[in-house]
Design a protein around this ligand. Structure first.
Ligand code: SF4
Length: 350
């Protein structure tokens, strides 16, 4: 969806290579976040060049990556998620959803992610939404805890086609750890659902989605991560061991994961707050139609740059909210922004 260049192609290949190994990802993150590297003129020049190039691409009309939050409601209360602390519910209105898919398709967005901060399969109209996306000529992907992925639903989705990727969030390996981290979900049911889905995928004659199984590193599960990786690696396309976020400070509980050294995806106060790729690359439409450029905002919901109940996607992406935020990031004034200035994440430009 973004313009290709020789260096972009090389970076994309390198990214795919690194992404195939959890150990390589961990090493790449350590290198990218190293304060010593981030202090070098070469690093700053790299980031500034990438930001300027992204800005030119937006001006030339490149569409963003698009997320539509079909539902905010979730059936789990994971310990690293704000759903465990307060009620967050909502379903995207079907007329709004159809209009957004139509707009995105006409704009040249060829694939959409259909989840942000909820479990998409709690939606009674999930299949209907997928059919609509397919009729609009787009492909789709999503994140899910797999607790509601019955073989019947999986078969219907495989039959429908256009399903490119799925990321199953599975934050524990043993029954005790999994069920402590992701209540009230049952470990055996979820593992069984994924295993049965993988069998269906193997038997399906047409195109099938790439499967990632991801786990956020927490104090509760850190000791069983090697076993987790050994179990899932031969079964799926990718195993992702992610670092925890505090959702821009929204996660109130004293997080037991904090002592997991190096596994909180934040920098320390002395580091340069780099321009962030999100305002150039991303549009997240929440279930109520408001738009944010950033998944870190998914619990706080205050980095709002527009409302699709009032404006089109394209009007918002080229409108005053996005434009002003890009200017601030591009000209090294991120620190002055009410939300981005307090954000301790430096998302990578690679
Ligand atoms: S700087 Fe932080 S809050 Fe701002 S867009 Fe990037 S990740 Fe989101």
């Amino acid at each position: 969806m973004t313009s290709a260049s020789p260096s972009g192609g090389l970076l994309a290949r390198a990214r795919r290579l690194v992404a195939s190994s959890p150990a390589a990802v961990a090493l790449a993150k350590r290198v990218y976040r190293s304060p010593r590297l981030q202090r070098t003129p070469a690093f700053r020049s790299f980031v500034r060049t990438r930001a300027a190039r992204a800005d030119a691409a937006v001006r030339a009309g490149a569409p963003p990556q698009l997320w539509l939050e079909t539902v905010l409601t979730c059936n789990a209360r994971c310990s690293m998620c704000v759903h465990s602390e307060r009620k967050m519910v909502g379903v995207m209105d079907m007329d709004l959803f159809r209009r957004l898919v139509d707009e995105a398709s006409a704009w040249g967005v060829d694939s959409v992610c259909l989840s942000i901060y909820g479990e998409p399969m709690v939606d009674r109209r999930w299949l209907e939404r997928l059919q609509y996306v397919r009729m609009a000529g787009m492909t789709y992907n999503f994140f899910s805890n797999a607790s509601m992925l019955t073989p019947e639903l999986a078969a219907a989705m495989l039959e429908l086609g256009g399903w490119t990727d799925v990321n199953f969030s599975v934050n524990g390996f043993s029954k005790a750890v999994y069920e402590a981290v992701m209540p009230p979900l049952a470990r055996e049911r979820v593992y069984g659902n994924i295993e049965r889905f993988l069998e269906l995928r193997r038997a399906h004659a047409g195109a099938v989605p790439r499967v990632t199984v991801s786990c956020v590193t927490l104090a509760e599960n850190v000791d069983e991560l090697p076993e987790f990786v050994r179990y899932w690696r031969p079964r799926v396309d990718r195993v992702s061991i992610a670092d925890r976020t505090d959702w821009l400070g929204e996660l109130k509980k004293t997080d037991r994961a904090v002592p997991v050294r190096g596994r909180l995806r934040v920098m320390d106060d002395s580091q340069w707050q780099t321009p962030c790729p999100a305002p150039w690359h991303k549009m997240y439409v929440y279930a109520d139609g408001r738009v944010s450029p950033c998944c870190e905002d998914a619990a706080l919901r205050q980095l709002i740059l527009g409302d699709t109940n009032v404006h089109t996607l394209r009007q918002i992406y080229h409108g005053p909210g996005y434009t002003a935020l890009r200017e601030q990031h591009l000209h090294d004034r991120r620190g002055q922004h009410r939300i981005c200035g307090g954000c301790r994440v430096n998302p990578p430009w690679i």
